[in-house]
Design a protein around this ligand. Structure first.
Ligand code: MN
Length: 228
């Protein structure tokens, strides 16, 4: 095969306690999955089905690398989220079979240009420019299910400059890991390499260049980096 130019490199994430890398296929995201965050954004929890959107695979930032403050915003928000990493996929996956698809879990940040999201919401426009920008998806190493199992109850928290801003438990998710995989697979053919950011609890707010962000999910992992 000859290409007209060199293909871009495969995007991948480190696997905890391993020399192997997890190659990323797509990034799906769930919105409005913690009631306290839905309320702080002015909404009502659990209206209908989950909110799904996506980011480009190469929006990830790995290995605790610094994240450049993105252009076109004055209101960059962090959102700490449990990330599902799929080892296999399918269409119309049942909730009973969903956990068998999971390779592992990670800690992710769904960075959001909140000012652009507010404009999109009020105009009835897509969220892409608010959510899918370069560097918008920092992620920790992936902790394989073979090492950690599945997190049914685990503290999820984020701090900025050492001050706790988000503190909840993944058991507060409106849609569970099984629910999310089953529902998402009714819209898309899921496959190995897909990442799913599962939504954030309350406490989101703006950061500026120079801020240090640290996030942790109990028994899953942690992430720490600066916005520059
Ligand atoms: Mn989010």
């Amino acid at each position: 095969m000859e290409y007209v130019f060199d293909p871009n490199p495969v995007v991948s994430v480190a696997v905890l306690n391993s020399a192997m890398q997890f190659p990323v296929h797509r990034i799906y995201c769930v919105g409005q999955n913690y009631a306290d965050h839905v309320r702080e954004m002015g909404g009502e929890p659990k209206q209908g089905t989950p909110v799904f959107f996506s980011k480009p695979a190469d929006a990830i930032v790995t290995d605790n690398k610094d994240v450049p403050y993105p252009p076109a915003t004055n209101n960059l928000h962090y959102e700490v989220e449990l990330v599902i990493a799929l080892g296999q996929g399918g269409s119309n996956i049942s909730t009973a079979a969903a956990l068998d698809c999971v390779f592992g879990y990670a800690v992710g940040i769904d960075f959001t240009r909140r000012d652009l999201q507010a404009q999109a919401k009020s105009a009835g426009r897509p969220w892409d420019v608010a959510k899918g920008f370069d560097g918008s998806a920092p992620i920790s190493a992936i902790n394989p299910v073979a090492q950690m199992g599945h997190p049914s109850s685990a503290v999820i928290e984020l701090s900025v400059n050492g001050e706790t801003r988000q503190h909840s438990n993944v058991e507060n998710m409106i849609w569970s890991v099984e629910d999310i995989i089953a529902e998402l697979s009714s819209f898309f053919a899921l496959t190995s390499g897909d990442l799913i950011y599962t939504g954030t609890p309350a406490g989101v707010s703006a950061v500026v260049a120079g801020d240090k962000i640290a996030a942790n999910i109990q028994d899953v992992g942690s992430i720490a980096f600066s916005v520059i």
